[in-house]
Design a protein around this ligand. Sequence first.
Ligand code: TXA
Ligand code: MG
Length: 319
Amino acid sequence: MISNDILKAATLLNENEVIGLPTETVYGLAANAYSETAIAKIFSIKKRPTFNPLIVHIKNIAQLDEIAQEIPDLAYELANKFWPGPLTLILKKKAHISNLITANQDTVAIRMPNHPVALELLNHLSFPLVAPSANPYTAISPTKASHVHNYFPNDVKLVLEGGTCSAGVESTIIGFENNKTILYRLGALALEDIQKVTGKIIVQNNNNKTPIAPGMTLKHYAPKTSIVVTKNVSEAINFHASKKIGLVLFDTPQPNIDSSYQIILSPESNLKEAAANLYNALHQLDNMDLDIIIAERFPEHGLGNTINDRLERATKTEQ
Ligand code: TXA
Ligand code: MG
């Protein structure tokens, strides 16, 4: 059920249930981070392998050292600048943080979400929330409450209504190893913005078959319809001419294809707006019974890199 009842959500979480949680990036499947019973439910509902660790969502920066230790100054600088917001920090975990959350690593992922409903809920709770994106493993992440409800009509009793996610792609993940700062996942916060605080950092956004960070599996965010990503959309349209085609485009429509089969992510050529509309476009096209989705490759700066990363992962046919 989709609901505005934050107190009901808090009650369910206190009873070790899983709820749908709106954040500014994507909707999450949230559970009590201090209850292994609740955490285990997330993995089973999502059909997520347990080697893929979860992000802990906190209500304020002060809650950071309830969860992490030996926090570098740079982590505080980033948190002060970007929280609440779409930045996840990988830090050394405190001993009481469950190995179920961290997939047996000694680090834990943490972020403070920038969504009024999520923050109000967290302020009603005596524990932080673990929340992976609320999609079955490898499917497209949800950016509306209805997406979550449609994915898990029986297993998730309550999805909090939080409108359409404003950022629309997952958080950017940053960690610290041997005094180096590393980006593990491109996300809603542009690398360029992070580097204004950190200076140049190492980008290890994983595109290999063997994940460096667990969970950075190659196939992810994938619609059921097959998808190709190309700089030359009109050439791809000609190549697939006999098929029923849907298009994901940046700012300009293509001639010769019915407009109802084209989604323009940002008519004003704004990469943030395009990122915010990306998953919704994939959800929509995936429900149109198409033979193929042709997606335009985006400019390689700012959130264009994040969009290209998600489109690339959506094209993969094996994990
Ligand atoms: O925007 C987001 O981050 C959303 C919303 C709901 O907050 N959450 C999200 O969670 O995207 P999920 O579980 O779909 O992705 C979490 C990512 C995974 O790729 C996982 O491998 C990585 O975080 N991660 C978690 N803990 C980690 C750790 N200790 N070291 C490295 N990567 C970690
Ligand atoms: Mg996910």
